[in-house]
Design a protein around this ligand. Structure first.
Ligand code: ADP
Length: 465
């Protein structure tokens, strides 16, 4: 059974159930109302008859009492009306005079009607005449028949209204079922499109309800999936490039080594061996990067913390890159407060700084400046890598710390290796493992400052982090 049919059936049965319940409630309450009205009418009739009895007794006019009783007996459902004295003797009744007011008939007021008709009596005292009573005998069967007739009339009217409401309800239910099923089917088609790999498919449904939010969420998910797919493609092509270029270099230099060795050119052989060594280092660094990231992500990376000076960390990084700075014509300096101490794993922090400084070298043009510093701000030590490169646009700042994220236009301008978008993700993972934070302040055209913020050498603080 399709969703549309199911929704249709559900809403039709809801409509029918609701209308049925409403009709039943109207029927029951109307029945009770009719009974109450009849009782009220009877009481009013009895009150006015008691008044007539009183007037007749006070002026000793028995004819007036009889006339009043006869008039009451003409009311539908009344089987008799009686004025009684304090001894329960009938003074006057609707069938005629039964004696004088002073010596009334002892005839009992009837309890049963003719042919088993059910009767009921209502009696009340006649005010101002001690012991005198007025009684009216009603036929219950006439009352019940009256109520039944009114209810039948009501049922007829109700059935007419209900049939109209039911037809409208069914039509409304069908429209409702359609309008609920249509967006769900659209979302279903969207999921099928995604499952078939059409990641550019969008539902684009403008609704303010939960279905609209679901469609919006679905579209956002499709956009994200598209981005992840694109990231994967970029990553594969960058990884291929990162693997292929050193491997190509190793292969061709190995051939050259073979030729030079045959010709006995030892100097050239040594030069080529150096190139091969550099390329194998580059390859193993790249593979280590990927392994590091996997380790950080699976949290199997234990830190070997020791007390280290912040200045030592930045100075060691500076000496590691000193030759490269000379080669690229970039001013590289390290500065800071020699008293600053950290409780960190020096190798891991060195790796963080190396990743940041490699990026700075990659993007800073010749003649530029890269500054490393270790300073204290409150209860934090800041390790900063500042460059005079092209800077990073605010829209990219938030994402470059994610795995495989690169600023495409920036990377495309690079001449050498394009990178893989892992360096900052690894740096972030390592800094966070130390209980620190990493962020960047950058301005297009002026350069970037990458800032690693760590707790100072308060051992309690550091060890608990
Ligand atoms: P990779 O350098 O391998 O591409 P990273 O995660 O180290 O990966 O860097 C991500 C991206 O952040 C880089 O591709 C680059 O676009 C941008 N980026 C990082 N450092 C700098 C910097 N100092 N100046 C300008 N852009 C930078």
């Amino acid at each position: 059974m399709t969703l549309r049919v199911r929704l249709g059936l559900l809403s039709v049965s809801l409509v029918m159930g609701t209308l049925g319940a409403a009709a039943f409630a109207v029927y029951v309450s109307e029945g009770a109302h009719l009974v109450r009205e009849a009782e009220r009418g009877r009481s009013a009739l009895l009150a006015s008859f008691a008044q007539s009895c009183r007037d007749a007794i006070l002026v000793q006019d028995e004819m007036a009492a009889v006339n009043a009783a006869v008039a009451v007996a003409k009311v539908s459902g009344v089987r008799g009306a009686y004025c009684l004295d304090k001894n329960n003797r009938v003074i006057a009744h609707s069938d005629g005079i039964r004696g004088k007011l002073s010596e009334g008939s002892k005839e009992a007021v009837p309890n049963r009607g003719s042919r088993g008709e059910r009767l009921s009596r209502l009696t009340r005292s006649v005010e101002g005449v001690a012991g005198a009573k007025a009684t009216i005998v009603f036929s219950e069967d006439v009352l019940a028949a009256g109520i039944r007739e009114s209810l039948q009339g009501l049922m007829k009217r109700l059935s007419l209204v209900l049939s109209g409401a039911l037809i409208l309800g069914i039509m409304g239910s069908i429209v409702l079922a359609q309008s609920l099923a249509r967006p769900i089917l659209r979302i279903l088609k969207g999921t099928q499109a995604l499952a078939e790999g059409r990641l550019d498919h969008r539902i684009q449904m403008r609704r303010r309800d939960e279905l609209g939010q679901l469609a919006e969420g679905f579209d956002a998910m499709a956009v994200k999936l598209g981005e992840v797919d694109k990231m994967k493609d970029d990553f594969v092509s960058n990884v291929t490039h990162e693997l292929r270029s050193p491997l190509g270099a190793i292969e061709s230099y190995a051939n050259m080594i073979a030729e030079d060795a045959r010709a006995g050119n030892l100097a050239e052989v040594m030069e080529s061996v150096n190139v091969v060594r550099n390329n194998t280092t580059r390859l193993s660094r790249f593979i280590n990067n990927i392994l590091d990231l996997a380790k950080i992500e699976t949290r199997t990376d234990g830190l070997r913390r020791e007390r280290v000076r912040g200045l030592t960390l930045v100075q060691e990084t500076q000496s590691f890159f000193a030759a490269k700075a000379r080669e690229k014509g970039i001013w590289l300096e390290a500065q800071g407060d020699p008293r600053l101490e950290l409780w960190v794993d020096p190798d891991k922090l060195q790796q963080v700084l190396t990743n940041l400084v490699s990026n700075a070298f990659k993007f800073t043009p010749e003649g530029g400046r890269i500054t490393l510093s270790a300073v204290q701000e409150g209860d934090r030590v800041l390790l900063k890598v500042e460059d005079t490169g092209p800077g990073i646009a605010p829209k990219d700042v938030g994402r470059i710390f994610n795995r495989f994220e690169q600023v495409r236009e920036r990377v495309e301008q690079l001449e050498g290796p394009k990178g893989t978008g892992l360096g900052l993700a690894i740096a972030k993972g390592l800094v966070e493992a130390h209980g620190g934070k990493i962020d960047v302040h950058s301005e297009i055209g002026r350069g970037s400052v990458f800032c690693v913020s760590l707790p100072v050498n308060n051992e309690g603080l550091c060890k608990s982090s």
